[in-house]
Every structure is written in structure tokens, then in C-alpha cells.
Design a protein around this ligand. Structure first.
Ligand code: PSU
Ligand code: MN
Length: 340
């Protein structure tokens, strides 16, 4: 992909960028190492619905070959709603907003490319200069969504305050990024490897609107539809969600919002059993020191929970990501109607 279409794509991108409607990309130097896929560029310029998708879930969140299958499936699901998917990643030091199928395959082949990085805001410039490949976390994906003018981003699990975070200060950069990026983040809530209560408290401090996408304010817990914690607000359909995003930015707010979409009810029972594996993995991480390993903590826990449950956690993970992709697409389509 690098040699074959790199130059061509950058050229057509610059040309398109000049005629596109106002977005933050226009304010960057023209030689910024960012390639917006032509399909995404055209959709954004035409005011059509686009949904950003992250790539750390592909590179560090799921094993092969499920990671590629899921990445393809959520792109298909977004398309089924009428929105265009934009998977975001770093390839050879270039920021890609929207990937070719071959690029998605390359990124997902983590066995052949074990040096693929996990990238949050702090990692981006060094990784670009060193021509790295990388999966973008929610934080980095929020940044590039905002740059390109993508207003809705769907993922599985958002990072948060880790258990013991009040001491270790292990708080995901995902949370602060929601204060900088005007993007609606659609996720299945915050995983129970985290401290859900403190995560919600911190989001309140940051001033991020948090809404359960459900009939009640119950905030979801990734593998289970209810965490026991309440979101301050709830909405139950894409029109209402889109209207909140629209109004948030209409009155000049500069930050993002978080929608917690519960995993389908039929996964609730298995979610309860997965919780035991979550607790076991956390106890192990406490014992072996993995819980003090910075950005390795979350991928290690996810992998360990997969092992402890013989893959049952993966089936739930796929289901909840597919669900957020569907809801994200529907919200993006309604949002585009409000702008028209
Ligand atoms: N939770 C998951 N799967 C994931 C992640 C979180 O269930 O793949 C990824 C997301 O990309 C998220 C990142 O943005 O982990 C958060 O990492 P950390 O906890 O190191 O901030
Ligand atoms: Mn961390």
C-alpha cells in the first residue's frame, strides 16, 4: 500500500482538501502527514453521515483472526445504516482516516507485524516521525475525527479510571480527550476492569455529557447491560441522540459527549460469569505487577480475560461492538439530517 498508492492518494487528497467545506484540516500545513480516504473526503464535503472507528481494538484488543473479522463486520454494519465508516490508524508514519481493505488486513496481521504501536495523544508525533504503524486508541481516534470533521465515533470500550487509580493515577487519556474533541463517542460503557464510579465522577468534573442509550439512566458495563451506576441522562433513539449533539455544538460547546449503549440483554447472563474472570485477571495483575505497566495494562487484561473464559469474552465483545456500530451509524445519519 505504501509505494503503490501513497503518493497518488496524497496528491488527490490535497486537491480535494482545497475544495472541501470548512474543517480543521484546512488550517494545517498542506504537508501534514494525514491522508483522508477519498470516499470519506467526498462524504464529509457532501454533508453525508460518517462514523469513525478506532484501531487499537484491532491491534491490541482482540486476537487474530477475530480482530479482522470484527473490523470488517463493523464497517459493514455502519454501511448498512447509510453512513460511511472511517477506520483510523497510523501506517508507515502517515495518519490514515479511512482504510483500504488491504490496509485493514495489514494492520490486523499482528503476528507478522508485532511492532505495531498502541497510540494515544502523547505517542502520535514520535510515532509519525519514526514511521511507525499503530492502532489509535479512543483518545487518538477522537483527535483525528475532530480534525476531519467526523462527529460520531463508535467503539466497544472507552478507557477510564483504573481500579486503584486514585493512587496509581492510571486514568485513561480517553477521558480528557473528550474535553477537547467535539465528537459524540458511542460505546458500550466502561469495562468492569475499571472503576466505573470514579470514571463517571471524573467525566462530570471534565464537563462531558454522559447519556445511557436506553430506557433508563442505567449506565452499561461493557459485558453487562447495567453497571449499577447511573448516567445523568438517557436517550432511547437516534433522533434524540443526534439532537443532543446538534444542540451541544449549536450553543458553542467545544467538547464531546458519551453515549453508553448497553450490550443486548441476551448477553447479560454470560456477562455475570465473565465478571468472575475479570476479577481473577485483576487479582493476577495485582500479583504479577502487570497493573503497573502503563499502556500494557488494558491489552493484558483483555487477553487474560479471553484466556480465562476460553473465548467467551470475545463473543460478547464482538456483539457489543457490532451493536455500538449500528447505533453509531443511526445517530450519524440523524445528525447529518439536522445539518442539511
Ligand atoms: N477496552 C476494550 N477494548 C479495547 C480498549 C479498551 O474493551 O480495545 C482500548 C481502546 O482503544 C481504548 C484503550 O481507547 O484501550 C484504552 O487504553 P488505556 O486503558 O491504556 O488508556
Ligand atoms: Mn493507563
Amino acid at each position: 500500500w505504501r509505494s503503490s498508492h501513497g503518493t497518488l492518494r496524497s496528491l488527490s487528497f490535497s486537491a480535494r482538501r482545497r475544495q472541501s467545506s470548512s474543517n480543521l484540516l484546512d488550517s494545517l500545513r498542506k504537508d501534514a502527514p494525514i491522508d483522508v480516504h477519498p470516499e470519506i473526503q467526498d462524504s464529509l464535503a457532501a454533508g453525508q453521515a460518517v462514523v469513525a472507528l478506532e484501531s487499537t481494538i484491532i491491534t491490541h484488543g482482540m486476537p487474530q483472526p477475530i480482530n479482522l473479522e470484527t473490523a470488517r463486520s463493523i464497517e459493514r454494519i455502519v454501511r448498512s445504516t447509510g453512513a460511511i465508516p472511517a477506520t483510523i490508524a497510523l501506517l508507515g508514519g502517515r495518519i490514515k482516516i479511512g482504510l483500504e481493505p488491504s490496509e485493514l488486513e495489514y494492520l490486523a496481521d499482528t503476528k507478522s507485524h508485532p511492532s505495531v504501536e498502541k497510540l494515544s495523544r502523547r505517542d502520535i508525533a514520535p510515532a509519525v516521525v519514526q514511521k511507525k504503524d499503530g492502532g489509535t486508541t479512543c483518545s487518538a481516534t477522537l483527535i483525528f475525527s475532530a480534525l476531519a470533521g467526523i462527529k460520531v465515533f463508535a467503539t466497544g470500550g472507552l478507557g477510564g479510571v483504573h481500579r486503584g487509580g486514585e493512587k496509581s493515577m492510571d486514568v485513561s487519556a480517553d477521558l480528557n480527550e473528550l474535553t477537547r474533541c467535539p465528537v459524540g463517542l458511542v460505546s458500550a460503557g466502561v469495562k468492569s476492569i475499571l472503576d466505573i464510579g470514579r470514571t463517571l465522577e471524573y467525566l462530570e468534573t471534565l464537563g462531558v455529557p454522559v447519556l445511557s442509550y436506553a430506557k433508563t439512566n442505567d449506565f452499561p458495563a461493557f459485558y453487562t447491560p447495567r453497571s449499577g451506576f447511573k448516567a445523568p441522562w438517557h436517550v432511547n433513539d437516534p433522533e434524540a441522540a443526534a439532537k443532543i449533539l446538534f444542540t451541544h455544538w449549536q450553543i458553542g460547546m467545544k467538547n464531546g459527549a458519551l453515549f453508553g449503549v448497553p450490550i443486548p440483554e441476551r448477553y447479560e447472563a454470560v456477562g455475570e460469569t465473565l465478571q468472575q474472570a475479570v476479577e481473577a485477571a485483576l487479582a493476577e495483575a495485582d500479583q504479577n505487577g502487570m497493573n503497573q505497566r502503563g499502556k500494557e495494562v488494558t491489552p493484558w487484561l483483555l487477553k487474560r480475560i479471553g484466556e480465562l473464559t476460553n473465548g467467551a469474552s470475545l463473543a460478547s465483545n464482538i456483539a457489543l461492538v457490532e451493536n455500538t456500530a449500528l447505533v453509531g451509524g443511526q445517530i450519524a445519519v440523524e445528525y447529518a439530517k439536522l445539518l442539511a
